[in-house]
Design a binder for this molecule. Structure first.
Ligand code: XMP
Length: 606
């Protein structure tokens, strides 16, 4: 039985970040619900340490999560983080004080050098804080070992019980010594670092062989990393005669996507069949402009394809269905909002649910995080370009083709000089389309602002542009995104805008595919593909000065987990090259660069 670190998930997405940090150190970490985990179950497993995660609630809230206090007497080392820090104090007889202003972001923690949790951490080190309440009085037997200017009991420990606790978020990348603290905790737990991809491969292979027996397997491949690796993994174990892949061409894929995915998978000897369903998807999207409606239509069309396949091929007992479900989707708190949505469609369709209930579903990646899936893909010898592809949304280009059911010709009489923020004059024009953003806990539907880099001194540094965007969006409530016109080839007045009546049509898909392909090719040519996490290219039905019919938005993204994002910092030259190439298409009126971070913008536009 593997050694494990158990993470009690007190809410939010923190538990996933903690687990993936620990796993990167070759120790298996699993997430459990603090309220339902049984002490008897913990005793049965080989648990070497327990981490109590952060969470959005306050310990003062009546419904705030808790766990069985017997946990603190098991003799297993414990580490509390943020909410976990306050919870341990409260549970063991100390006092939590309701906070007033809170402590957010960067803070310097000074530790007393006595606690082994801070071994090899400078006496004064930066950690990320995000709390309002704080520990006021330590529980009996505990000693303080670290503080910040605003938080006296930012770290404490109980030397005999081996309970350690910190107010700061060790798991975020903004805590540069967070990993060192985790490493120290693992040493205290006495783990033997036995979680490796090679070992996972061997163990999972045995488990799959026993689950599958002599049956055959089929799976729907999306071209994304997870389903491709699942397909490659199963093919490696059972061979192409027993594992069949189905790839749905929705007509909303990238240029040459079908060929690229088929070629890469066939290279590893996998057996892939392409189902051509372009007409079905495009027909259903005819005349639909509303983003949510489009998503719903695409989701349902996928279900129909699956349903038709199940009906036509009357699945016999010798077939099992495989899915590329990964760990964050397996447990309740996982995934992004949208990923949840699409995965409900794909992985939990009624026919699929029936198969799950009958034990006919094979999920070979359900224990892995994305980075582990990639490691497994490399271990299996899958082509680099398949393993390291940027994430692509389930509804494909369908959510990157903005539509409009009306035509408007508008002359926005606004000042467009970004760098003379004059009183009472807005420094931008707003586009007559809506895009999605996240501001606070809500999704927003607002207009994107467009600025023009006119002045010679205009910043070409993306970080500067991003800062300016944040400033403007925080100041003007009617916008949630900021675009810069890549204007080398733009002539005329940017205020002369038209919104054109357009839906998702074959021709528009082709226009976007062409622009998207220019971006991908240039990323490869300039050897910067791996420098960005994702790079949506968006088609908007907006034109300027009666030239062209559409415009293109470039959205380079830097992110770790899609929960937050900043602008992908590519060389400025990249954008000039790409824009000039895209503008050769006479349908395209202008090319913009979206420099909005998330929040306030989302990664995708719809
Ligand atoms: P947002 O736009 O919310 O996107 O910042 C976060 C991540 O999720 C992807 N995304 C989707 N993936 N179905 C998917 O499978 C969807 O409907 C969907 N919408 C967004 C997006 O590409 C980004 O990586």
């Amino acid at each position: 039985m593997h050694e494990k670190i158990l993470i009690l998930d007190f809410g939010g997405q923190y538990a996933h970040l903690i687990a993936s940090r620990i796993r990167r150190m070759n120790v298996l970490a699993e997430i459990a619900d603090p309220e339902s985990i049984e002490i008897s179950q913990i005793k049965k497993e080989n648990i070497k340490g327990i981490i109590l995660s952060g969470g959005p609630q306050s310990v003062f809230e009546p419904e705030s999560p808790s766990c069985d206090k017997a946990l603190f007497d098991l003799g297993i080392p414990i580490l509390g983080i943020c909410y976990g820090h306050q919870y341990i104090t409260q549970a063991l007889g100390g006092k939590v004080a309701p906070g007033h202003t809170g402590e957010f972001g960067r803070a310097e923690l000074i530790h007393d050098k006595k606690c082994p949790l801070f071994e090899n951490v400078p006496e004064k080190a930066v950690f990320w804080m995000n709390h309002v309440d704080e520990v006021g009085e330590l529980a009996p037997g505990f000693v303080g070992c670290g503080s910040t200017t605003q938080c006296q009991h930012a770290a404490y420990w109980h030397p005999e019980k081996k309970i350690f606790s910190v107010q700061c978020h060790l798991e975020v990348s903004h805590s540069p010594y967070g990993n060192q603290v985790f490493k120290n905790f693992l040493e205290i737990c006495g783990v033997s670092y036995d979680w490796t991809i090679e070992q996972f491969f061997e163990e999972e292979k045995k488990r799959l062989q026993s689950q599958v027996g002599n049956k055959n397997i089929f799976l729907f491949v999306s071209g994304g990393v997870d389903s491709s690796v699942a397909f490659g993994f199963l093919t490696k174990i059972f061979g192409p005669d027993r594992v069949k892949g189905l790839f749905v061409d929705t007509g909303l894929l990238r240029k040459n996507e079908v060929e690229l995915v088929s070629k890469s998978l066939r290279e590893i000897g996998a057996d892939l069949t392409v189902l051509h369903e372009e007409d079905r998807f495009l027909e259903k999207l005819k005349g639909v402009a509303d983003p949510e409606k489009k998503r719903e239509i695409i989701g349902h069309a996928f279900l129909e394809v699956q349903h038709d396949f199940f009906t036509q091929h009357k699945l016999h007992d010798e077939w099992l269905l495989a899915q590329g479900t990964i760990y964050p989707d397996t447990i309740e708190t996982g995934g992004t909002k949208h990923a949840d949505k699409i995965k409900t469609h794909h992985n939990r369709a009624p026919e699929v649910q029936k198969l799950i209930d009958q034990g006919k579903i094979v999920e070979p990646l359900k224990e892995l995080y994305k980075d582990e899936v990639r490691k497994l893909g490399e271990f299996l010898g899958l082509p680099h370009q398949l393993v390291w592809r940027h994430p692509f949304p389930g509804p494909g280009l369908g959510v990157r083709i903005l539509c409009s059911d009306q035509k408007i010709t508008e002359s926005a009489a606004q000042d467009v000089n970004a760098f003379t923020l004059q009183k009472n004059r807005k420094p931008f024009v707003t586009l007559p389309v809506h895009s999605v953003g996240v501001q606070g806990d809500f999704r927003t539907y607002k207009h994107p602002a467009v600025l023009r880099l006119q002045s010679k001194n205009a910043p070409k540094d993306l970080e500067e542009l991003e800062k300016l965007a944040t400033k403007l969006i925080n100041h003007y409530s009617e916008i949630n995104r900021c675009l810069f016109l890549l204007d080398k080839n733009f002539s005329g007045d940017i205020r002369n805008i038209s919104l054109n009546k357009k839906f998702v049509q074959k021709e528009r898909v082709k226009t976007l595919q062409k622009a998207d392909d220019i971006v991908t090719q240039t990323l490869h040519k300039m050897k910067v593909y791996d420098d960005v996490w994702q790079f949506p290219v968006v088609l908007i039905p907006v034109s300027f000065n009666n030239t062209g019919e559409e415009s293109i938005v470039l959205r380079p993204i830097d992110s770790l987990d899609a929960m937050s994002a900043s602008v992908g910092k590519l060389p400025w030259e990249f954008f000039g090259r790409v824009a000039a190439e895209i503008l050769k298409d006479e349908k395209i009126s202008a090319v913009f660069l979206d420099v909005t971070s998330k929040p306030p913008g989302t990664i995708e536009w719809e």
